[in-house]
Design a binder for this molecule. Structure first.
Ligand code: ADP
Ligand code: ZN
Length: 296
């Protein structure tokens, strides 16, 4: 049997899996992200017993990453503040250690690939996968291709209209203060309200404000990228009350301007990931398929 490897390399934890051509996960492991040397050695140790059957490996990494195959630092994590990981080669050691083709992508992009192949974006060619967790990041598939551009989109760092009279919080982004991520990611919630998002009650005013910022971000993305659907994952979106509030505010903000079929039913336009927590690692498998000698 031909096997494929998937790695979801997060800033907090790594998830590695071996799967078949249907995307079934046959074996999975997860471990904490420590130093690049130790973490990549742990990933190699997981795959090595199966190396003979592995056709390829797909890696989705936390960013920023170098996705330009012509660059000398292709496959690296680049300017991350995470200690030890700035300019760390992630794809190289995996390729050298296993001797198979390796695909390399940004973490949100593989989640988008997973949702495209097996999840909430099946049959679409232009959509966004957004995550709202420790940070805010977005992957864009545009007419069937992941959008890389000059590097990759950094959708969490767009600037939003911030009414400081209504919300005096200065924001938590070390680069921009009150960008989207600085106002609405998990650490911003915690800093503004003095407790973690998970412990804020459902009726707390935090959620209406959160939905407001998420909706502002989405309206900008809708108007610039014309997505056929927006999938939103990440820890903060584990608050189920957010989805209806975000849908309602997006509808209000668009104010009837866009009369397109996709936008008629907000319940199917703004959705959680169908693959849940497996979107990333399954997407890494889909990426592995795309670099395998016999593409399944
Ligand atoms: P990461 O972004 O590191 O991959 P997550 O997507 O799980 O991880 O996001 C973690 C962030 O989400 C933290 O800031 C955490 O406080 C917040 N978070 C986790 N669970 C919840 C929850 N149920 N409600 C609100 N916020 C949450
Ligand atoms: Zn920012």
């Amino acid at each position: 049997m031909t096997l494929y490897g998937g790695i979801e390399g997060g800033g907090t934890k790594f998830v590695c899996a071996i799967g078949n051509e249907h995307g079934d996960l046959l074996e999975t492991t997860r471990f904490s992200t420590t130093t690049p040397e130790e973490t990549l050695a742990q990933a190699l140790a997981f795959f090595q017993p199966h190396a003979g059957a592995l056709a390829s490996v797909g890696i989705g990494s936390f960013g920023p990453v170098d996705l330009n195959p012509h660059s000398p630092t292709f496959g690296y994590v680049t300017t991350t503040p995470k200690p030890g990981w700035a300019w760390a080669d992630v794809a190289g050691p995996i390729r050298a250690g296993l001797g198979v083709p390796v695909g390399f992508e940004l973490d949100v992009n593989i989640a988008a690939m997973g949702e495209h192949r097996w999840g909430a974006a099946r049959g679409l060619d232009t959509f966004i996968y957004l995550t709202i967790g420790t940070g805010i990041g977005g992957g864009v598939m545009a007419e069937g291709k992941l959008l890389h551009g000059a590097m990759h989109p950094e959708m969490g760092h767009i600037l939003l209209a911030h009414d400081r009279a209504a919300d005096p919080f200065a924001g938590a982004c070390p680069f921009h203060g009150d960008c989207f991520e600085g106002l609405a990611a998990g650490p911003a919630l915690e800093k503004r309200w003095g407790q973690k998002g998970a412990s804020l009650p459902e009726g707390h005013p935090a959620w209406a404000l959160e939905a407001h910022y998420v909706a502002l971000g989405l309206v900008s993305f809708i108007c610039t990228l014309a997505p056929q659907r927006i999938i939103i994952g990440g820890g903060v979106m584990q608050q189920p009350q957010l989805f209806p509030m975000v849908r309602e505010k997006v509808t209000q903000l668009l104010n009837g301007y866009l009369q397109i079929s996709y936008l008629k039913d907000m319940d199917t336009y703004i959705v959680p990931p169908a693959l849940g927590g497996e979107a990333g690692v399954k997407g890494a498998l889909a990426l592995a398929f795309s670099v395998a000698p016999d593409r399944p």
